[in-house]
Design a binder for this molecule. Sequence first.
Ligand code: 8Y4
Length: 268
Amino acid sequence: MLDLSTPQIMGILNLTPDSFFDGGRYGDLDLALRQVDQMLQEGAAIIDLGGMSSRPGAEFISVDEELQRVMPVVEAVRQAFPEAILSIDTVRATVARQAIEAGASIVNDISAGSVDPELWPTVAELQAPYVLMHMQGVPSTMQDRPEYADVNQEVVDFFIEKTAQLRELGVNDILLDVGFGFGKTVAHNYSLLKHLHQFRLLDAPLLVGLSRKSMVCKVLNVNPKQALNGTTALHMVALQQGASILRVHDVREARETIRLWQQLDQTS
Ligand code: 8Y4
């Protein structure tokens, strides 16, 4: 279904209250479809759709509101771009189920099943590929005081424990994600990036989400709008460390980065 013998791009489609999208607003669906069209043309293999913000301090929305934001887009994208692979960014079983039943393929869950106990059994039942992401704490407070004895060891242990539980439930296709910025200081994030290669030992594809995040912005003293160049630099590091999927806002630039990495990788 998805060839991971070479790195691929997951394009971000934000459908959150703090983005352009407001479910019911006239023209919003059209705007979302045009953004998807552009990302696919620029080389995204997967489109990640999320209706609930996971930013520090973001507001919680109801299941109904999340469904109202996400489902029309899943259905419209499905219809307009039947070949596109969609991932649903949700922590809720109901949203995951409806999205998968409407044609989405992948469940991207930043909570590692910790919010909705029905999510993992649902993913198993639907036999959907699942993104297992590490987070310390919960979004509302995760950046208050991140603390680890050894961040790399802790994330490895987390992956080993959770993948065993997922496989026990019958979840067969697991992607691993260290969760940059989710309960981590800048130093923690860079330690994970520098040693990302170690996670390859777990024998699952690695997804990285660092696009325009604070690990770029804080070091460069720029805002997210100004963080594309820094994002690109770190994407190249992630590729060198064995990342299989880049979750990005800027597909064209990520495509170029992968192309340059391939050239380097094929060089003796
Ligand atoms: C500007 C830049 C503003 C970044 C906000 C953000 C990940 C993820 C997010 C990730 C996976 C974000 C849903 C945070 N990050 N899913 N989701 N991995 N699997 N913030 O790193 O992009 S949302």
